[in-house]
Ligand binder design. Structure first.
Ligand SMILES: Nc1ncnc2c1ncn2[C@@H]1O[C@H](COP(=O)(O)OP(=O)(O)OP(=O)(O)O)[C@@H](O)[C@H]1O
Ligand code: SF4
Ligand SMILES: [Mg+2]
Length: 328
């Protein structure tokens, strides 16, 4: 029997042992992903987006400790899987597309070997001819021109946009039902960015896969996602449908992120609005609401207590402005 949701994460906490102390990068994060949907995970650099996704696939340094109340993928409990079972989930269940293709493409192997490995790993009996045919087909699917030729080259011989397409091909070759795209277009110029987003949209429509789209760019969110979770300092501070969040962002941090989208020009003193202050260091998170040092609406209680999570009408937000009676 199929579980209704593809991924269920409750109270995920990931910390690292460092010489300066324990860094609690992800601190009580909960979210679900429905089959076929795209959930965007948005937030500034260092808020814990990548660590959240690496926690799901178990690809973190040995210094990391991951705990959760629930972490279920496709009916499987990710928390109790052994190394080998996790490796299998990583290959055929959850694939990852990284920001910088050169970090995940192996520079010393030709493209044919790297994409072919995915097929032989999941179908050990597949003939070389079939591996070749499937590889060509996959490159064609992601819009790589002359795929036969491109299979014979090394990653550095391709442009940035083509490398990203090859990486998407490798990520999708296993047919995983969940793809995590971590800043898939940040390193690319604007035109190529739009093409890659369009490609992901088409591939998703064709396959029914789910996507977790990680980005610090709210502009990208509206192009691909149906739902968005906004992260700040290791926590999800607001979550809802893309429509609701754009129409009526409720958390002050979300409001500021949306105001800082280029094109939404809110000028103050002749300058484009941006979020002042810096993302806090996870070794020294502020007391109470972690956003309080940067929040234009901060009140005394915000410095003292963490705001409760208010859930209403299919969205949730953690801010005293939206309710606080449960905080007492
Ligand atoms: N191996 C590690 N050891 C110690 N701290 C780490 C480790 N990996 C990540 N962190 C810290 O965890 C926090 C969250 O990092 P993460 O990479 O998830 O941020 P991010 O939201 O993906 O940022 P970006 O947008 O820059 O990619 C950061 O403060 C980072 O320094
Ligand atoms: S809880 Fe307070 S500091 Fe935090 S976002 Fe809301 S108003 Fe601002
Ligand atoms: Mg990251």
């Amino acid at each position: 029997m199929q579980e209704e949701k593809l991924l269920i994460v409750k109270n995920l906490c990931t910390s690292f042992q460092t010489p300066e102390g324990v860094v609690r990068s992800v601190d009580g994060v909960s979210f679900d992903v429905e089959r076929g949907e795209t959930l965007a995970l948005v937030g500034e650099s260092g808020c814990g987006k990548t660590v959240t996704s690496l926690s799901l696939i178990g690809l973190l340094a040995d210094t990391a400790t991951v705990t959760a109340d629930v972490m279920r993928f496709d009916g499987k409990d990710l928390l109790t899987l052994d190394r080998e079972q996790r490796r299998l989930v990583r290959g055929s269940g959850i694939s990852m597309i990284f920001q910088e293709p050169m970090t995940s493409l192996n520079p010393v192997y030709r493209i044919d070997r790297q994409i072919g490995e995915v097929f032989t790993c999941h179908h050990p009996g597949m003939s070389r001819k079939e591996v070749h045919e499937r590889s060509v087909e996959m490159l064609r699917k992601v819009g790589v021109p002359n795929p036969e030729e491109r299979l014979k080259v090394y990653p550095h011989q391709l442009s940035g946009g083509l490398r990203q397409r090859v990486m998407i091909a490798i990520a999708l070759a296993a047919g995983a039902p969940l793809v995590i795209a971590d800043e898939p277009t940040t390193a690319l110029d604007v035109t190529i960015q739009a093409q890659i987003l369009q490609l992901l949209r088409e591939l998703q429509q064709g396959s029914g896969m789910s996507i977790i789209l990680i980005t610090h760019d709210f502009g990208v969110v509206s192009q691909l996602a149906q739902r968005v979770a906004v992260m700040y300092a290791g926590k999800i501070v607001e979550e809802g449908s893309v429509e609701d969040i754009f129409r009526d962002p409720q958390h002050p941090y979300t409001q500021l992120l949306i105001l800082s989208i280029p094109g939404i020009k809110v000028k103050r003193g002749g300058r484009l609005e941006s979020i002042s202050g810096a993302v806090p260091n996870p070794l020294r998170f502020p007391s109470g609401c972690r956003f309080h040092p940067r929040c234009p609406y901060a009140m005394e209680i915000c410095r003292q207590k963490a705001p409760p999570e208010i859930e209403k009408d299919g969205r949730r937000v953690s801010c005293f402005l939206r309710g606080g009676e449960h905080a007492e």
